[in-house]
Design a protein around this ligand. Structure first.
Ligand code: SAH
Length: 256
């Protein structure tokens, strides 16, 4: 800030913004889902989040992610068995995903008719990496927080759908720090968030307001809201919700 007075004004504004975010998040602040619960969901096939087709908002914004580049390294945090991974690999890009459920990883390869190899990851006890034999796709079966750039390198692009909105709300700062550490200088990070009234539904998926996207990533990155779509449908209505908006943000490291 330019003077002491400007500094004080900025500090007051930012503490008011933080207080506002905290109150918006209050209804879900202490919600947690154990990793074992996610694995149970896969075992019981309770995977309503899975979509059999490429995500529309990835497809419609993909040129802004590629930005003219070919052979981009894509990262998929909490990847599930998203068919988006195959779609990108088919276009000559490479994909690294992280997913706790081994069942999800195996289903991804099997349902897409890919053969794969399976090996341990020495740096992460108990983890395995599954690699497609034909396509450039490697899926790490482990807890996301055990993954790092020393294991997977840095990425030219990230597709975050069902990931920031799926992790436990209290872990968002830790998650953002990890994601930032995985971003190459030219990284283009496409983040999908959901807006709804968190008083009406406990999540997951959890509510992530734009103000928090700004506070998590705004210090080191530029953030552009690319799309905001009303996605209200009977499923959400059945959960007691009265509106549902899906936002897609493009996040890029600030150039120094
Ligand atoms: N992105 C996928 C899956 C979304 S659901 C899609 O859009 O279809 C969230 C997924 O994250 C689940 O498959 C769950 O098993 C996995 N998961 C949840 N917490 C995780 C963690 N800490 N580390 C790795 N995977 C996790």
């Amino acid at each position: 800030c330019s003077s002491q007075q400007t500094c004080e004004v900025q500090a007051t504004v930012s503490s008011r913004v933080q207080a506002n975010i905290t109150s918006m998040l209050a209804p879900q602040a202490n919600r947690t889902m154990a990793l074992g619960k996610w694995e149970e969901y896969w075992q019981e096939n309770m995977i309503g989040f899975h979509q059999p087709v490429v995500h529309k908002m990835l497809e419609s914004n993909i040129d802004k992610v590629f930005a003219g580049r070919t052979g981009v390294r894509f990262f998929f945090p909490l990847c599930g068995k998203a068919v988006d991974m195959k779609w990108l690999a088919d276009q000559g890009h490479s994909v690294v995903g992280v997913e706790i459920s081994e069942m999800a990883v195996k289903q991804f390869f099997e349902e897409n008719n890919m053969t794969y190899s399976e090996e341990p990851v020495p740096a992460i006890p108990g983890a395995k990496v599954f690699k497609s034999s034909e396509k450039n796709i490697s899926l790490y079966q482990c807890d996301l927080y055990n993954f790092s750039s020393s294991i997977g390198g840095q990425f030219g692009a990230i597709w975050d759908r069902g990931s920031l909105v799926a992790i436990n709300p209290k872990d968002r700062e830790k998650y953002a720090a990890l994601i930032i550490s995985l971003m190459a200088k030219d990284c283009r990070y496409l983040l999908d968030t959901l807006l709804y009234n968190p008083e009406l539904y406990p999540g997951p998926p959890f509510f992530v307001p734009d103000e928090q996207v700004q506070s998590l990533f705004g210090k080191s990155c530029d953030i552009e809201l690319l799309q905001s779509v009303d996605v209200m449908e009977d499923m959400w209505r059945g959960w007691g919700l009265d509106f549902m908006t899906e936002n897609v943000h493009l996040i890029t490291p600030k150039s120094v």
